[in-house]
Design a protein around this ligand. Structure first.
Ligand SMILES: Cc1cc2nc3c(=O)[nH]c(=O)nc-3n(C[C@H](O)[C@H](O)[C@H](O)COP(=O)(O)OP(=O)(O)OC[C@H]3O[C@@H](n4cnc5c(N)ncnc54)[C@H](O)[C@@H]3O)c2cc1C
Length: 594
């Protein structure tokens, strides 16, 4: 159930972390790393032109196919490797070149997985081997000029021909990644203008064409075009899923696409750290390498500690989805329905990964440019391109606003339907507040025991604040006249609170496991102490702003704030010393390490 992690009194079950990948997976990820370093980065500048990208992308994809990098999540019976989402992410984490990374992610994610999960047996047999070998490149066409965020409003129309053999598609799809060299397009259209349906359209079908390349701000080396359908003839056997049920694959795959997009934040941050350390060591000002200046070191510490927390949340999420997907038998007649339910069950978490990953990536490339000074603003250094390339991640796969809407709306919907017992947790908090029994104790001798307590208080603060929101709108929520749009101003801060809680808990629990298992590490404790302290400060600030907005008068505000303060805790942390330790190790190693 999405949002379940917020509930109190639930042991956090051990979850997937980067440390738990088996050696053969790490070897495989290294193959991807070598491929990027030897084949992709050397042509990263050249691929930026419209001419070169049309040649280089298919060439690189064919090579990736040879190395097995396109078949990871494709089942073995269709010539894939049948591995899980987490493995796919570990490999995708190596795709740290924005343009090729976009081509790769669109193909292996939204261009492949709809067929894996929602295709017929014949469609899987026909298309998956070609896609997973790199012989064919795929694209996913949902957006239209008038329908971006409101994608299900699509106007593209499909009508069955008189012979009943083909659907005739008319309309156009906007901003389609890989369109310039794709062989297969997953296209959404409304049968008879009403029933939203997915179609598999080959580039050789009569009536499909693409526009010229978009002139974009970044990812210049990826292809983005409109796909035009003019009486395009699609055989009936190329309907994917049921007529009128296209929203299931469209939205379900977007959930997974969002998770996969989040990993770009990990990839980008690792590369931004690496390039910026290299630069900062060599660049001298005041006869001193700039890497020695505190404000530069602060940037490395911030990037790395945020990355530790985010990658913890990322693999926790993919691991949970993998566990549930593994329980669905592909031979089950209800396979598609059950898979759809798994995706739905994690829609809050995948939305959070998209928002957090894209914002972490943007933050890191921005820090990277700053570390490079004026040279970071020139195309001489890769960080300038990375800065431009990272910007799109906050827009596609559902803008961050749309994802920030989804997080509270889903949590509130589940709560109001009684599926998520947030009210039970809220009542417990209110009881503790009344009895003045909020536990803030911790054992300072036990590593991260204090941080575990902070995680608990953070969750309580989040539930308390959401509770204040629910109270304000309670009557409307109860008589169902509430449309959710009424509360929109509150959604952004609420989603920020929920994301902070999830990320903080994921980072602290992972770090505790690393320390308890004596896994070799240099910075785990420092990352978590720093990030938890900073995260908790943000949570307190957001919660008090929300409560100020939600309280009707001073009396109510004082009452609400009294509760908020009882749920917070002050403790001393030498953040400067933590940052110094982190920066020292990162600069010495030349990269992010745990
Ligand atoms: C380079 C690139 C590649 C892309 N690749 C693909 C692809 O492969 N396949 C595909 O189908 N699409 C693709 N897209 C499309 C992309 O997913 C859309 O651009 C995106 O979903 C936003 O739609 P829009 O551009 O129409 O913006 P709009 O929906 O018009 O949004 C404009 C602004 O309004 C905000 N907004 C909209 N609705 C709300 C709301 N209810 N509440 C609050 N704010 C709101 C948005 O967040 C945004 O800030 C791509 C786009 C680009 C630029």
């Amino acid at each position: 159930m999405s949002g379940k992690f917020l509930l109190l009194n639930k042991e956090v079950p051990s979850f997937m972390t980067p440390e738990k990948f088996e050696d053969h997976i790490e070897e495989f990820a290294k193959t991807a790393r070598d491929f990027l370093d030897k084949e992709v980065h050397p042509v990263a500048e050249e691929i930026q032109s419209d001419e070169a990208k049309m040649i280089l992308n298919p060439k690189l994809m064919a090579k990736a196919g040879e190395l097995g990098l396109l078949m990871i999540e494709v089942p073995e019976e269709y010539e894939g490797m049948g591995m899980d989402l987490s493995t796919g992410l570990r490999v995708a984490e190596q795709m740290d070149e924005g343009s090729f990374g976009t081509t790769y992610m669109a193909h292996t994610g939204i261009g492949t997985l709809p067929i894996v999960f929602f295709g017929t047996e014949e469609q899987k047999k026909k298309y998956l081997p070609k896609i997973s070998s790199g012989e064919w490149i795929s694209a996913y066409g949902l957006t239209e000029t008038g329908f971006g965020s409101d994608a299900l409003g699509a106007k593209t129309k499909a009508v069955l021909n008189e012979a009943g053999t083909h659907y005739i598609l008319n309309g156009s799809k906007q901003f389609i990644t890989n369109a310039g060299f794709a062989d297969l397009f997953i296209v959404y259209a409304k049968v008879d203008g009403e029933k939203f349906t997915a179609f598999l359209v080959e580039k050789t079908f009569p009536g499909i064409s693409t526009s010229k390349e978009e002139n974009k701000m970044g990812i210049h080396g990826s292809s983005t075009r409109a796909v035009i359908l003019e009486d395009c003839e699609v055989p009936v056997e190329n309907v994917m899923g049921e007529i009128g049920q296209g929203h299931k694959s469209a939205l379900g795959i977007l959930d997974i696409g969002r998770l996969k997009l989040g990993i770009a934040g990990v990839a980008g941050t690792k590369r931004a750290i690496k390039l910026s350390v290299e630069y900062a060591i060599n660049r001298k000002q005041f006869k001193t390498p700039i890497a020695q200046f505190g404000m530069m070191r602060n940037k490395f510490a911030e990037m790395a500690s945020k990355l530790f927390m985010f990658e913890s949340a990322m693999y926790r999420t993919s691991g949970m989805i993998d566990e549930d997907l593994a329980k669905v038998d592909p031979k089950d007649p209800d396979f598609k329905k059950k898979v759809g339910k798994v995706f739905k069950d994690y829609d809050v978490e995948t939305a959070m990964m998209k928002v957090m990953g894209s914002e972490l990536g943007s933050f890191s490339v921005d820090q990277g440019v700053q570390i490079h000074g004026g040279y970071g603003f020139t195309e001489e250094y890769e960080i300038a391109r990375m800065y431009r390339d990272a910007r799109i991640n906050r827009i596609f796969e559902g803008t961050n606003e749309i994802n920030r809407l989804l997080i509270p709306v889903q949590i509130l919907t589940h709560t109001m339907k009684g599926k998520l017992d947030l009210m039970g947790s809220l009542n417990q908090i209110l009881k503790e507040l009344k009895e003045d029994s909020v536990d803030k104790s911790y054992d300072s001798e036990k590593p991260l025991d204090r941080e575990m307590r902070v995680v608990e208080l953070t969750k309580k603060l989040v539930i308390y604040t959401v509770g204040t929101y629910v109270k304000k709108f309670m009557n409307k929520l109860a008589d169902k006249t509430f449309t959710f749009t009424e509360g929109e101003y509150y959604y952004e801060p609420i989603s920020n609170l929920v994301m902070e809680a999830y990320q903080m808990e994921s980072g602290v629990v992972r770090a505790k496991e690393i320390l308890e298992a004596n896994i070799k590490n240099k910075l785990t404790k420092e990352y978590v102490e720093l990030a938890t302290f900073e995260g908790f400060s943000r949570v307190r600030s957001i919660a008090s702003q929300l409560i100020a907005t939600l309280s009707v008068d001073e009396k109510e505000h004082s009452r609400n704030m009294a509760g908020l303060w009882k749920l917070t805790m002050d403790y001393p942390v030498n953040t400067a010393a933590l940052k110094e330790k982190i920066a020292e190790v990162i600069i010495e190693q030349g990269k992010y390490v745990i």
